[in-house]
Ligand binder design. Structure first.
Ligand code: AMP
Ligand code: ZN
Length: 437
C-alpha cells in the first residue's frame, strides 16, 4: 500500500531510527569546517545523542551561517565526492549553496518518489514537470523523483503555455508539477483556449514552492479539473520531497525517517507543543555530503495533532502561513501577504494576478493592492466596478485590519512572473538606505 514500509512504522521504531541516524549525522558533521569547530567547542560527539530530543543540545543553524560558509564551508566529504549543487533562490541577500553526493541525490530522489506515490501516481504514468529547471530544485529534484517512481517524465520546464498544452495532450499526461501562481495563470489560459476542466486526462498536480491558500488550491483544482497536492521543500533540505500531502489532502507528512522537524517559538527558540504555530526547524538525517543540524527555515507552520486517515505515522505539517521575515507593519498592524491573497481569492471577480505595493506617504508606510479583475467586470459600467472596489476594500480591511488603497486593473497588466510570483513591491525608503548603510 505504501511506497516504502517506513511510512507506516510505529512511532517508537521511528524514534529509534531517528536517534541512530542523528548520531550518524553528528559523526559526519565533525568533518565539516563549520560544524566540526562548533561541535568540538561544545564538547559534543555522536555518543551524546540518545533520543531525538537530545537534538536540543545543539544550537540552531541559521541562513547567515550558510551565507558565511558560502560556497563550501559545510562540506563533510572530499570535493570529488560531490556530483551536484543547487543554489537557493534567495530573493534577499547573498546566495546559499547545497551540495549533493551520489548517495544524497539517490536518497532525495527516493523521497520525492515516495511523495508522488502518496498522492496516487504510479509506475507507467506520464508526468510533466512544468516548473523551471536550473538551480531551482523543483526542476531536477522532481524530475529525478518521477523517474525513480517509473513515470515517463516530460521535462517541459516553466512557461510557454501553448507548448505545455500540446505536450499534455500529445503524451496523455497523468500528473504535473506546477507552481501555484502559474497553475492559476494556466487555468485561465485553458479557459481562453476553450478547454473545459474535464477535457484533459490529467488527475494530479503537485503544487508548492510558494505560499498559497486553501482557497487558491481549490481554485486551481476547479480550473484545471484535477486534484492538487501541497508539496513543501527548501533547497537547504534538498528541495522538494520534505513534506507532502497524501491522498487525504489533510496536511503534509514530513518524512521523519529523513528529517527531524521541530516547531519552535521564533523569539525564544523553545519547542512548541503540537498544534501551535511557530518556526519550523529541520535537521537532515540521510545526507552524507552536507548535513544540516537544526536549520531555522523561517517558515511558520504547526504540526497537525492526531493521526491521518491514510495510516502513515509521520506527522503532518499544516500549510505554511508565512515567514518569520515577510511580515509587513502598516499603521501598527502586522500584515502577512498571504492574508491578502486569501481575501482576494475568495472573490470570483478577481483574476489570479495581484501585486502588493508598499510605499511611503507623509513619512508613513502605506499599502496599495493592485488587483487584476476578470475581463467582463473590467468591461462593465463604472457603477459595477465601483461596487466591486468597495467590496474588495471592505474584505481586505476585515482581513488585515487596515484599509488599503485598492486599484483595479485589467487582466494581464501585471507582468506574470517567470518563476515564483513576486507579490510584494516594496518601495519604501528606509533610514538605513538613506544613510547608505
Ligand atoms: P527555495 O529553497 O528557494 O526553493 O525556497 C524554499 C522556500 O519556499 C521555503 O522555505 C518556503 O518559504 C517556500 N515554500 C516551499 N514550498 C512551499 C509550500 N508548499 N507552501 C508554502 N511555501 C513554500
Ligand atoms: Zn496521510
Amino acid at each position: 500500500m505504501f511506497y516504502d514500509a517506513v511510512e507506516g512504522i510505529s512511532r517508537d521504531s521511528l524514534a529509534a531510527l531517528q536517534t541512530e541516524r542523528l548520531r550518524r549525522s553528528v559523526a559526519t558533521c565533525l568533518a565539516s569546517p563549520f560544524y566540526g569547530k562548533r561541535l568540538r567547542a561544545l564538547g559534543l560527539g555522536p555518543e551524546d545523542f540518545n533520543s531525538p530530543d537530545d537534538i536540543r543540545k545543539l544550537p540552531f543553524t541559521v541562513k547567515d551561517d550558510l551565507r558565511a560558509g558560502y560556497p563550501d564551508g559545510f562540506l563533510c566529504q572530499p570535493r570529488d565526492a560531490f556530483i551536484r549543487l543547487h543554489v537557493s533562490s534567495g530573493t534577499t541577500g547573498a546566495p546559499t549553496a547545497v551540495y549533493y553526493t551520489a548517495n544524497d541525490v539517490d536518497s532525495w530522489s527516493h523521497l520525492v518518489a515516495r511523495c508522488m506515490h502518496a498522492v496516487g501516481l504510479r509506475r507507467g504514468d506520464v508526468f510533466q514537470n512544468m516548473s523551471g529547471y536550473g538551480l531551482f530544485t523543483g526542476g531536477l529534484g522532481i524530475h529525478y523523483g518521477a523517474e525513480r517512481l517509473g513515470c515517463l517524465t516530460v521535462p517541459a520546464g516553466a512557461g510557454n503555455s501553448k507548448r505545455q498544452l500540446k505536450l499534455l495532450r500529445d503524451f496523455g499526461v497523468d500528473g504535473v508539477h506546477i507552481i501555484p501562481s502559474y497553475a492559476l495563470h494556466f487555468g485561465h489560459f485553458l479557459q481562453q483556449e476553450g478547454i473545459e476542466p474535464g477535457d484533459l486526462k490529467w488527475r494530479f498536480a503537485l503544487i508548492g514552492a510558494e505560499p498559497h491558500t486553501e482557497r487558491a488550491r481549490r481554485r486551481i483544482e476547479e480550473l484545471l479539473g484535477l486534484k492538487a497536492f501541497n508539496s513543501y521543500g527548501l533547497t537547504e533540505m534538498n528541495g522538494p520531497g520534505v513534506a507532502f500531502e497524501c491522498a487525504a489532502q489533510a496536511g503534509m507528512h514530513v518524512w521523519e525517517d529523513a528529517y527531524i522537524a521541530e516547531i519552535v517559538d521564533p523569539v525564544s527558540g523553545e519547542p512548541l507543543p503540537d498544534g501551535e504555530v511557530g518556526e519550523l526547524v529541520m535537521t537532515t538525517l540521510c545526507r552524507d555530503g552536507m548535513p544540516l543540524l537544526r536549520y531555522r527555515t523561517r517558515d511558520l507552520t504547526r504540526f497537525i495533532p492526531g493521526e491521518c486517515a491514510c495510516g502513515r505515522t509521520h506527522r503532518r505539517l499544516d500549510r505554511i502561513t508565512g515567514r518569520t521575515d515577510d511580515m509587513i507593519i502598516i499603521k501598527g498592524c502586522n500584515v502577512f501577504p498571504m492574508q491578502i491573497e486569501q481575501a482576494l481569492m475568495a472573490m470570483p471577480e478577481v483574476a489570479p494576478n495581484y501585486l502588493i505595493e508598499l510605499y511611503q506617504e507623509n513619512d508613513m508606510d502605506q499599502i496599495r493592492v493592485k488587483v487584476e479583475i476578470q475581463d467582463e467586470v473590467f468591461a462593465a459600467d463604472d457603477r459595477t466596478r465601483a461596487a466591486l472596489h468597495k467590496r474588495l476594500v471592505a474584505r481586505l480591511r476585515d482581513e488585515i485590519l487596515v484599509t488599503p488603497a485598492v486599484e483595479l486593473v485589467r487582466r494581464g497588466s501585471i507582468p506574470p512572473a517567470e518563476g515564483k510570483a513576486v507579490r510584494v513591491d516594496d518601495r519604501r525608503v528606509h533610514e538605513d538606505c538613506r544613510s547608505g548603510a
